[in-house]
Design a protein around this ligand. Structure first.
Ligand code: FES
Length: 101
């Protein structure tokens, strides 16, 4: 595991996701109440990008079948998905977003 710089903090919007890649692996960044969080971009149900979903408070709704995940933890809150998505530790250094993977 190591830290990877993936974006500038200012590039992460408040109301939508930002998809970034670490070694080809897609990770979705979100901002909730000023804090930045990182979870796997790929929905645990099928082939959909969570970064392209709909942010509702601290939840992200999958754009394909509307499963909801907790942005802070990756925990699935409503189906049809049944598995959590992975969440990653995030830190901000000098205005840059670093994700541990
Ligand atoms: S692909 Fe996300 S709920 Fe089906």
């Amino acid at each position: 595991m190591s830290w990877h710089q993936v974006a500038q903090a200012d590039d992460v919007p408040e109301d939508e996701g930002l998809c970034v890649k670490i070694d080809g692996h897609a990770i979705a960044l979100f901002r909730v109440e000023g804090e930045i969080y990182a979870i796997d971009d790929l929905c645990s149900h099928a082939e959909a990008s969570l970064a392209a979903g709909f942010v509702d408070g601290g939840l992200i709704e999958c754009p394909l079948h509307q499963a909801c995940f907790d942005i802070r933890t990756g925990k699935v809150m409503t189906g049809p998905a049944t598995e959590d998505v992975r969440s990653y530790r995030v830190k901000i250094e000098g205005g840059a977003v670093l994700v541990e993977r």
